[in-house]
Design a protein around this ligand. Structure first.
Ligand SMILES: O=c1ccn([C@@H]2O[C@H](COP(=O)(O)OP(=O)(O)O[C@H]3O[C@H](CO)[C@@H](O)[C@H](O)[C@H]3O)[C@@H](O)[C@H]2O)c(=O)[nH]1
Length: 739
């Protein structure tokens, strides 16, 4: 409850305020009633299983329903940790000057990760970097480090161009007090036009043209290279250089103590880093890249604050570091504050967010809930860390192997000094971490594809706290997948990463709950996300197959247990809906969120689980499939019209399509029976209702099978395979199981 001790009143020097949400008491009351209802249902299932299941069929049905409902009950109960003490916060950056002088502000080292110039266009990364370099903050204290895991000369070229453009862009933003300091966003917004704006726009366009030309042609033309230093840098891309095998490349593009903008003000440090890669070493994906950034930056600037950003997550508010400072400088919070997390917000999401890309629950509702405990989980981007938090718990400092990496080591020499550069190259090497604590006890933690979840979790277990800073104007904006397959693949990777933690010795259900109580329960909820696939699969197929065979598996409308089912269903859905709307969302977004939850249960969670299993058995290796940030015009048009994008014939679409087909037939069959007066409406009512509900949710799939002819429709191959498998399932069920 650390957060609730913080200030709830304001004065002229108040930096932040916390307000517990009023719905907490109601949540507690509802939880008590709902828990009784869950136990009643589980008791009913257990009784049916033990005393009424006389045949293998009835035993299997009762067992499946018991398991499905136990998973739902577990997942519901773990969400209570987010509902016990949710809080809202406010910060007052205008009071900072009364507490600290501006030249005493701590410097932030900003890490921007990119891994593939084809999926993450260099111009996007440049825009992100420019938006933070132009922060409304003492510029010479900012250092931007670009981590290029793609080892791409094009990305380096883009940043050489960006360094030149920054000397015009930064003073322009200051002079015009620009809010959108990402040039692309600024030029696309409504702003006043004058010759100065026109001039800088032309400058930006010509830079963009050069960078895109280089990426398109696959070559950095000689005409674009003006300095010997630049030529030397590109010479490192020899014939033997590959993305998976190359030496460390570190290029200081701007040096804050020397380079000035066109108005004579110092510029921030800008450093390009591509860590060493070799086919024989494990690189630990993004976590490995971030640890290299921690070390390289320690040798060059060693700022006490570290901001991690994904390549497409640009700053939308230049005052964001001041907001973070309102917590970092608060002595009531600071001693054990590991990070201040800003929510991930997304631009260009369609009106009703058809893929639930905003992840309202994950990126906003859960963090608000966690914030009243030890703080939000780390979301991988938009977090201001205290560098000290990466070196042991709040009370025990774990010293790194060399003193230069220690958070309190002051760097007093210029970053281009050969000794500094040589040390930076050394700590960026792929064998540097051998026999060290990196990834286990210090730095970002290894062992999971969701390094953000795992690192935040381990920090909380160690006794650190975090703060959720959620200002009205989004602090950062990023892009989200605009087609179903990208979204499902992203979720599949998260599923695998979460399962890696679930089945590790640090599993939140054992280690986490022991260490952190309620917080551990919340982390268990996240870790067990993939288990939703069990009830979703059971409820998408079992009652429908029973319905097609005329077998009743739920209570009749006239039985008291019917009301128990109705209460449990409406209660869980209703509470989720209220959480959504009370945080300002619409019915449409909530509806799509629950639809996508079902779709994931039948695709990414199932496939993620299978991949995790295959990997555990040593049959396949895990990879980090980077989410594409490329915008396709035709696809974007369909996305804006809220049309689901299938397109590619992926196996992940098969179970969803099977569910759509089976539910359609079971509902239609039940309906016909009732019209003909043969069916037992009372007994089959809940099964019919469930089929109808799934059908409504599957509407985009029916559309994609039957009504559409565009490129994004469901591939015929998927429909044929799913129809055959659905028929096989029906045949097996009706002729062998329900006969
Ligand atoms: O070997 C790698 C793989 C990825 N990345 C970078 O990691 C970031 C995240 O990759 P992305 O494909 O965009 O993953 P998403 O699933 O979209 O990102 C979410 O999930 C990740 C894993 O949990 C978190 O790190 C992110 O912050 C979070 O937004 C990107 O900037 C990549 O360039 C690397 O630097 N090296």
């Amino acid at each position: 409850m650390g957060g609730l001790r913080e200030s709830t009143t304001t004065s002229a020097t108040t930096l932040n305020r916390v307000e517990p949400l009023r719905r907490t008491t109601l949540n507690l009351l509802f939880a008590a009633v709902y828990t009784c209802a869950i136990f009643t249902l589980l008791y009913h299932h257990a009784q049916t299983l033990l005393f009424q299941s006389k045949t293998l069929l009835s035993f299997s049905i009762a067992l499946s329903l018991l398991v499905a409902d136990m998973v739902l009950a577990f997942m519901w109960s773990t969400t209570q940790s987010f509902r016990m003490c949710p809080v809202h916060r406010r910060e007052y950056p205008e009071n900072l000057k009364k507490v600290t002088e501006r030249d005493k502000f701590p410097g932030p080292d900003v890490f921007i990760c990119t891994a593939d110039p084809n999926k993450e266009p260099p111009m996007g990364v440049v825009n992100t970097a420019l938006s933070v370099m132009a922060y409304d903050y003492p510029t010479e204290k900012i250092s931007a480090y670009i981590s290029d895991d793609g080892g791409s000369a094009f990305t380096l070229f883009a940043f050489m161009e960006a360094a030149k453009f920054a000397s015009h862009w930064l003073p322009f933003c200051r002079k015009k007090d620009v809010m959108e300091r990402n040039p692309d966003a600024y030029f696309a917004s409504n702003h006043s036009w004058n010759s100065e704006t026109e001039k800088i726009k032309m400058m930006y366009k010509s830079m963009k043209m050069r960078v895109e030309h280089v990426v398109e042609t696959g070559k950095v033309n000689d005409e674009y290279i003006t300095l010997d230093q630049e030529r030397e840098a590109f010479d490192k891309w020899t014939d033997r250089f590959t993305r998976q095998d190359h030496p460390t490349i570190i290029q200081v593009l701007l040096e804050s103590s020397k380079d000035k903008d066109i108005t004579g003000n110092y510029l921030p440090n800008l450093v390009y880093v591509s860590r060493e890669k070799s086919k024989t070493s494990h690189h630990y994906f993004k976590a490995g890249a971030l640890n290299v950034m921690l070390r390289v930056s320690a040798t060059m600037s060693n700022a006490p604050i570290v901001l991690t950003l994904e390549c497409d997550m640009y700053s939308n508010d230049p005052k964001t570091p001041l907001r973070a400072l309102c917590y970092v400088s608060d002595p009531n919070i600071e001693p054990n504050l590991a990070y201040v997390q800003f929510p991930q917000r997304f631009r260009e999401i369609n009106k009703n967010d058809i893929y639930a890309s905003e992840f309202k629950r994950l990126f906003e509702l859960n963090p608000i809930g966690f914030d009243g405990l030890r703080g939000p989980n780390y979301l991988g981007t938009g977090a201001f860390f205290s560098r000290r938090a990466f070196f042991g718990d709040p009370l025990t400092f774990i010293a790194p192997e060399i003193v230069e990496l220690s958070p309190d080591h002051a760097v007093e020499e210029p970053i281009k000094l050969p000794s500094i550069l040589s040390l930076a190259h050394h700590v960026g090497g792929c064998n540097y971490e051998n026999q060290t604590n990196w990834g286990s006890k210090i730095g970002f933690r290894y062992g999971s594809l969701v390094e953000d979840y795992f690192t935040g979790y381990k920090l909380h277990c160690e006794g650190w706290r975090s703060i959720f800073c959620h200002p009205e104007r989004p602090a950062f904006y990023g892009g989200a997948p605009t087609n179903l397959l990208d979204m499902l693949n992203q979720n599949k990777r998260w599923t695998i990463g979460l399962l890696e933690v679930t089945f590790s010795k640090y599993s939140p259900v054992t280690f986490g709950i022991r260490r952190m109580g309620l917080m551990g329960l919340g982390y268990s909820h996240l870790a067990f996300w993939p288990s939703f696939s069990i009830p979703i699969t059971v409820y998408a197929f079992l009652p429908q197959l029973a319905l097609l065979s005329g077998v009743t598996i739920f209570p009749k409308v006239s039985e008291p247990l019917f009301f128990l089912y109705a209460f449990l269903f409406l209660g869980a859905y209703g509470q989720e809906f209220l959480d959504f709307v009370l945080e300002g969302e619409t019915f449409g977004k909530w509806w799509n969120d629950q639809r996508i939850w079902m779709i994931k249960g039948l695709s990414s969670y199932l496939f993620g689980f299978t991949e995790y299993l295959l990997n555990s058995l040593g049959i396949s290796a895990l990879g980090f499939n980077v989410t594409s940030k490329v915008v396709d015009d035709e696809l974007s048009k369909r996305y804006d019209q809220e049309i689901f994008e299938f397109g590619a014939p992926s196996p992940m679409f098969v179970p969803i399509t099977m569910a759509a087909i089976l539910n359609f037939f079971s509902f239609s069959w039940g309906f016909l029976q009732i019209i003909r007066g043969i069916g037992d409406l009372q007994g089959l009512f809940l099964q019919m209702l469930l089929s109808g509900f799934v059908m409504v949710n599957c509407w985009p799939i029916y559309e994609a099978i039957v009504l559409r002819s565009d490129k994004g429709k469901l591939p015929a191959k998927v429909t044929v395979i799913a129809t055959f498998l659905a028929w096989a399932l029906y045949y097996t069920a009706t002729s062998l199981i329900f006969k």
